[in-house]
Write a protein that binds this ligand. Structure first.
Ligand code: GLC
Length: 719
């Protein structure tokens, strides 16, 4: 029910003021000389001072003092004293930077992810921010796309759990009273991650059934958790740009799902309908967007320039403009801004809260749990009395925060080399080795010298942070050639070689994993990353991460993902002699490393998979039990994964679908009996008529340490 305050305000507002309330600008329009965080094409906006003074929200400011100054100056000028909303991209941390979401997902720890979002919200709120443009809930299957770093991966079930956790962490339970939380904005609606060729902003085209089955669940989960806002995606959905897509926004998001919160366009996405070829000009773009139900226009002026005229000509019902304004004012009211326009902004508290020890501990714990041990043949963990040479572009490099860390500090990030020296002192020698893209003769000589006395060589390799993230697609997903050469140069020393990878996407690891003894995937681990990795390398912590996105055998294999269909001519085995099956002549079908994969310093044995019955009815649930034993010498955490396959559906069904997982922490020799409850609800899927239901028939259950190496058993659902 809209409050009287807002209804009264709406009555007072002119049509021009209403249109301006729907516009969002960067700080540069308010705070000369400070461009804030520019994240898209800046264009001559051609807007007047008066229009700036009436705008409804600002994006990309990061300090309490600046926000206080901008808000107070705005309120002095705005005729009706409507406070600004301050928004920014706080995707995996604000000033304390957490591992990138693709890493966070590999922790399979939604509680810790929620804690990280709560920390990020606290730091953002004390700096005066009200909304974060997160969680990014785009499902991803193509590592050429730079923004896979922002996603928790290729599985709809796991992405949905993380989306819920992030919304809970960001928003808390009462945004009005609790000014240490911020409103969340799930993005990018919808299916941005399916950009053709992995090329950012490229065409997305898929059936509505697949959209609903794989790409929508995580956005829906965020909204079911109470997410306040949604952001449109740049891409087309069914050939219509999302920001002008009535079917997607009005019918599905607002109609079917009942979302009545604020819908914001992505940067310039409304005007970009012209480039798409879905609008002649700004006027038509504005008409399509307001009709589709987009409330806030980010960084283009089509609403402020054309909505009043469109209403005057009767082409847009003023009620559409009013509903958009009301949604924005209601969010401001919910955040308490009418009573306290500065909300939580507090420069004093900011200095206490930002990057405090408690926050750094959460970041280090999450980084430790997000790293994935991909290979280890007797090299790790290291011992502190060993002589270790750390070589490579990430030996002494603070660029470990990832591409959405604009408010973080590379200078204060804990680097790998320094962190290892902290643990093992003079037994660690640091050499740069080479740059990300190049290696000089001097650098190589320095590396060769550094490793002379070493017992073990640790190669710190990877992508620069700007090689992933927005507008950073790569057609070749190998490590840069200079780094592959460094591996060969270091191999010539004939010493044990361990690689630590800093990267924002699954890589083609040929020339890496087949050339060395151990590989630890560290992704972009955030501000405490060096300390987390050093703990893992020296066994202070035992790696427990599991991949949430497949590593392809080669870029030519993409898209490759675990929940694929079987086809009518499946390849029976990688070494088959059969010709007329679905395969490549030159590479395997299987990814290099599968979804769910991750090693430990100990080993686990799975046995005694049992089902409580071979038959179940929709009213019953199936108990699935398995025994997991720690068969190694070190305590370790294992993420036990449960997958299901529907053998025959009304439409074809994936070979496996993740349905549940349990973490077990086992001492050497200890066995856990892991029990899953599998209900009929987990067997439902979208039929060709888009009904969501299960079918009677046969199912296969799989349990294991990843999506490939599983025990299996069959049951039937009877109706
Ligand atoms: C960018 C991104 C979006 C971000 C927005 C504001 O273009 O696509 O994820 O939230 O602009 O920075």
């Amino acid at each position: 029910m809209t409050s009287q305050r807002i209804m009264n305000l709406l009555k007072e507002m002119t049509l021009e003021e209403k249109a301006a309330q729907l516009m969002q600008l960067v700080a540069a329009f308010y705070d000369d000389g400070d461009e804030g965080q520019i994240t898209g094409p800046m264009e001559a906006m051609g807007i007047s001072e008066a229009e700036v003074n009436r705008a409804g929200s600002v994006l990309g400011v990061s300090e309490a003092e600046k926000i206080i100054k901008i808000q107070q100056a705005h309120l002095a000028k705005d005729r009706l004293g409507i406070p600004l909303l301050f928004m920014a991209d706080i995707v995996h941390g604000f000033k304390t930077i957490f591992p990138i979401p693709l890493a966070m997902g590999c922790s399979w720890d939604t509680e810790l992810a929620e804690s990280s979002a709560a920390v990020a919200a606290k730091e953002a709120a004390v700096s005066g921010l009200h909304v974060t443009f997160a969680p990014m809930a785009d499902l991803v299957r193509d590592p050429r796309w730079g923004r896979v770093m922002e996603s928790t991966g290729e599985d709809p079930y796991l992405n949905a759990l993380f989306a819920r956790a992030m919304v809970r962490g960001f928003q808390g339970s009462d945004l009005t009273r609790d000014t240490s939380h911020v409103a969340a904005c799930v993005k990018h609606f919808a299916a941005y991650g399916l950009a053709e060729g992995g090329r950012d902003y490229n065409t997305v085209d898929l059936s509505e059934r697949s959209l609903r089955e794989y790409y929508l669940p995580a956005y829906k989960a965020a909204l079911d958790e109470g997410c306040e806002m949604v952001m449109t995606s740049f891409n087309t959905v069914d050939s219509i740009p999302a920001s002008g897509n009535r079917k997607l926004m009005r019918d599905l998001l607002r109609g079917e799902w009942g979302f009545d919160g604020v819908l914001i366009s992505d940067w310039a996405a409304i005007r970009e309908m012209i480039a798409h070829g879905a609008a002649e000009d700004d006027r038509e773009a504005a008409l399509k967007a307001i009709t589709a139900g987009v409330d806030i226009e980010m960084m283009t002026p089509t609403y402020v320039h054309h909505l009043p005229q469109l209403v005057a000509e009767g082409l847009v019902d003023e009620a559409l403009v009013d509903e958009a304004v009301i949604r924005i004012l209601e969010l401001k009211e919910k955040l308490g801004l009418f009573d306290n326009p500065l909300r939580g902004a507090d420069p004093e508290a900011e200095r206490e809260v930002i990057y405090c020890d408690a926050h750094r501990q959460v970041a280090q714990e999450l980084a430790t749990k997000s790293c994935v041990l991909l290979k280890n043949e007797g090299v790790l963990p290291l011992h502190r009395e060993q002589k270790v040479a750390v070589v490579g572009p990430f030996a002494q490099n603070g660029d470990i925060l990832g591409s959405w860390s604009w408010a973080g500090s590379r200078e204060t990030a804990l680097q790998l080399g320094a962190s290892m020296v902290k643990l093992a002192g003079d037994n660690v020698v640091l050499a740069e080795g080479n740059g990300i893209m190049s290696m000089s003769k001097e650098q190589l000589q320095q590396a060769d010298a550094a490793v002379q006395e070493a017992d073990v060589i640790v190669l710190a390799l990877g992508e620069a942070s700007e090689m992933s993230g927005e507008a950073s697609s790569r057609s070749n997903i190998q490590l840069p050639g200079a780094q592959l050469q460094l591996i060969q140069a270091m191999k010539r020393h004939g010493k044990p070689l361990a690689v630590v990878l800093f990267n924002g996407r699954p890589l083609d690891l040929h020339g890496v994993i087949d050339q060395v003894d151990a590989v630890l995937e560290a992704w972009f681990p955030g501000s405490e990353g060096g300390a987390a990795i050093a703990d893992l390398l020296y066994g202070v912590a035992n790696p427990s991460g599991k991949l949430t996105m497949s590593f392809p055998y080669a870029v030519g294999q993409i898209p490759v993902y675990y929940n694929h269909y079987n086809t009518g001519r499946p390849k029976p085995a990688e070494d088959t002699e059969e010709k007329y099956v679905s395969q490549y002549l030159d590479i395997p079908n299987a990814p290099l490393l599968p979804f769910g994969y991750g090693l430990s310093y100990t080993t686990f044995d799975y046995s005694a998979l049992e089902l409580s019955s071979e038959v179940m009815t929709p009213e019953q649930s199936l108990k699935v039990t398995v025994e997991v034993r720690n068969t190694g010498e070190l305590r370790g955490v294992e993420t036990v994964q449960l997958y299901v396959r529907d053998i025959a559906g009304e439409v074809v069904r994936p070979m496996k679908e993740l349905k549940d997982f349990h973490k077990v922490d086992l001492a050497p020799g200890e066995t856990a009996k892991v029990v899953f409850e599998l209900g009929e609800d987990k067997l439902r899927y979208y039929h060709s008529d888009l009904s969501f239901a299960s079918d009677a028939g046969s199912f296969e259950v799989f349990v294991g340490p990843n999506s490939r190496d599983t025990l299996q058993a069959r049951f039937r659902l009877i109706k």
